[in-house]
Design a protein around this ligand. Structure first.
Ligand SMILES: Nc1ncnc2c1ncn2[C@@H]1O[C@H](COP(=O)(O)OP(=O)(O)OP(=O)(O)O)[C@@H](O)[C@H]1O
Length: 561
């Protein structure tokens, strides 16, 4: 079910209520016009009872009109709320690969612009519904006044509506182009904000970016929007012209068919009254079309369907140190082809990891280390092959369970302020002890379950990312070039003291590293070369590293659990 249908379905009760209120309000309007017509044709018949009736109709018109529109505008804002919640949940539930395929600018554009456009369309919907019912009711009244004149009006307005339909289709196609251009504009916003240092330092780069990357997209949007708006203004003016032209036609046809002039005048009065709702209907078209384009865009992202709730299965496997924990069997991963070029291929990888083992993965830039890390953590689905955890094959329905065994700090990490422990809550004493171990206690405090600040240097932020990973208390810790931003003293402390302490606490550690000085502390080192994984013998022997480790272990007590 697409977003529109599911929203309409969820709020069907409220919609039905507002529909009834709109219909009552429209009926009151038409009845009032009928009263005015009666007053014009036979003013002497306008006795007290009719005044009472007119007053009751006025009250009904006000109450139902206000009621239906107040309900529907509240509904419009509710839709924006729902869409925001639903869309972010859908993004949260969508796999990393699909999110990366869509790209951040397109996701931001949908989360901001599309949601607002759909909200505006739903806000417009009350008036469209109200005016639509008013127009339909008025036409029934017109048919009752004179079927000949109604036939003539139906043909003229039908032709006008056909033309409007063609214009609308053109306008929608243009709005779709505008919306596709929005993704490029959002990519420009991203470049302007994320590339602030490079752009601030190089005026030529700034100029090229502004003129060659950003401006063409903005210009394309402007030119297309102008064309789309031409169709809209054309429709607007056609509506007014058709109604006024029809008014003349009605007088001529009235005389030709011998229709009493009182009926012709009443007919024309209704047509004049209809100008405003028809104008409003056409005036609301751009918002409705933009909303419909936004809905199609959201549907085209192929996000996971909305599901309430979160899969927070927390049962962890129990294995003793030395037991086989993780296995990759003939795992291959291929990035999708791009521009006729084959994507990078990793594997086939055959790897077995024991509980409590410290594995280093090394290799040159672009050799496939981070790709392997994403497969190991269950973020990327292997193109072929199988992962096993404690002997259990990792299938799609076991993916959440599998992932719940990993804590990570990727090189492109995001530092959340909130700390989250094994079952949602966390142990403040454990977090404080590790914060001190990371030598960050003077910079940052733990307020409730949040870090007091994340406005820190890159190396400090990475230490806090390690803290957020640590408090999760999961059995496998994967660190992607974690020490790359650390100063030499802390780097040495990290490799010689912190990692071994974590290992002694029973953590299984997978560390991607370029720090060859420290490879000797690992139980095993694997090297990635052009997507192929091999055993690697470090130049610093395990014995040498072991001696350094013993010296480090003698210096202090572990505070880790
Ligand atoms: N999102 C992507 N889409 C397509 N191909 C990609 C993508 N990310 C990486 N690649 C390809 O995969 C290869 C391996 O990338 P990966 O990030 O795994 O390397 P790495 O060994 O971690 O490198 P580094 O040490 O520079 O971080 C790259 O050479 C690149 O060609």
């Amino acid at each position: 079910m697409n977003v529109f249908k599911s929203l309409v379905y969820r709020f069907r009760g409220l919609l039905l209520l507002t529909l009834i209120a709109s219909a009552l309000s429209a009926a009151a309007s038409i009845a009032l016009i009928n009263e005015i017509n009666n007053l014009i044709t036979a003013p002497e018949a306008f006795v007290n009872t009719r005044i009472g009736m007119a007053a009751a109709l006025l009250v009904a018109l006000f109450v139902c009109g206000f009621g239906s529109q107040a309900l529907l505008t509240a509904f419009g804002h509710r839709i924006v709320y729902e869409l925001r919640m639903v869309m972010v949940k859908r993004v949260l539930d969508t796999g990393v690969e699909q999110q990366e395929q869509i790209g951040a600018p397109a996701l931001y554009a949908s989360l901001t612009k599309d949601i607002m456009s759909i909200g505006e369309a739903f806000n417009r919907l009350p008036f469209v519904l109200y005016n639509g019912i008013l127009v339909a009711g008025s036409f029934i009244y017109l048919a009752w006044l004179s079927w000949q004149l109604f036939l003539l009006s139906a043909v003229v307005i039908g032709l006008g509506a056909g033309l409007a339909q063609v214009l609308m289709m053109r306008m929608r196609a243009l709005m779709k182009i505008v919306r596709d251009t929005d993704d490029r504009i959002y990519a420009g916003y991203e470049g302007a904000i994320d590339g602030r240092y490079e752009l601030a330092l190089n005026a030529w780069r700034k100029r090229r970016f502004y003129e060659r990357d950003f401006e063409p997209a903005v210009e394309m949007a402007r030119a297309t929007e102008v064309s789309a708006d031409r169709y809209w203004t054309l429709s607007l003016n056609l509506t007014i012209t058709i109604i006024l032209g029809l008014t003349f036609g009605i007088f001529i046809a009235g005389a030709a068919f011998g229709i009493p002039s009182a009926n012709v005048i009443a007919y024309v009065l209704v047509l004049m009254f209809l100008r405003t709702p028809l104008n409003d209907l056409v005036g609301g078209l751009p918002a409705l079309l933009t909303g419909s384009v936004a809905l199609s865009k959201i549907d085209s992202l192929s996000l996971e369907p909305y599901q309430p709730g979160f899969n927070v299965r927390s049962e962890k496997i129990e294995t003793a140190t030395g037991d086989e924990l993780l296995a990759l069997e003939n795992v291959v991963y291929e990035y999708p082809h791009e521009g006729g070029e084959y994507g990078f291929r990793l594997g086939p990888v055959n790897l077995r990891l024991r509980t409590g083992e410290m594995l280093f993965i090394v290799g040159g830039n672009g050799s496939g280390k981070s790709t392997l890390a994403k497969i190991l953590t269950g973020l990327y689905h292997p193109s072929s092959g199988l992962l096993r955890l404690n002997g259990v094959a990792v299938t799609d329905n076991r993916l959440a369970w599998y992932r719940s065994h990993f804590s990570t700090v990727f090189s492109s990490f995001h530092l959340f302020e909130r700390l989250v422990g094994p079952r949602g809550e966390f142990d403040p004493a454990l977090a404080q002890a590790f914060l001190e171990r990371l030598r960050m206690e003077r910079k940052v405090a733990i307020d409730g379950d949040c870090l007091s600040t994340t406005r820190l240097s890159q190396g400090q932020r990475k230490r806090l990312a390690l803290l957020t990973a640590y408090v999760e208390q999961r059995p496998i810790l994967l660190l992607d070039e974690w020490a790359a931003d650390q100063d030499p003293v802390f780097r040495s402390f990290f490799y010689f003291e912190l990692l071994p302490e974590l290992k002694r606490c029973g953590k299984t550690i997978i560390a991607i590293s370029h720090d060859d000085r420290y490879f000797g502390i690992a139980d095993r080192v694997l090297k990635c070369e052009s997507g192929v994984l091999r055993e690697y013998k470090p130049t610093v022997s395990v014995q040498e590293a072991g001696a350094q480790l013993e010296a480090a272990a003698g210096r202090g007590e572990s505070v880790l659990q």
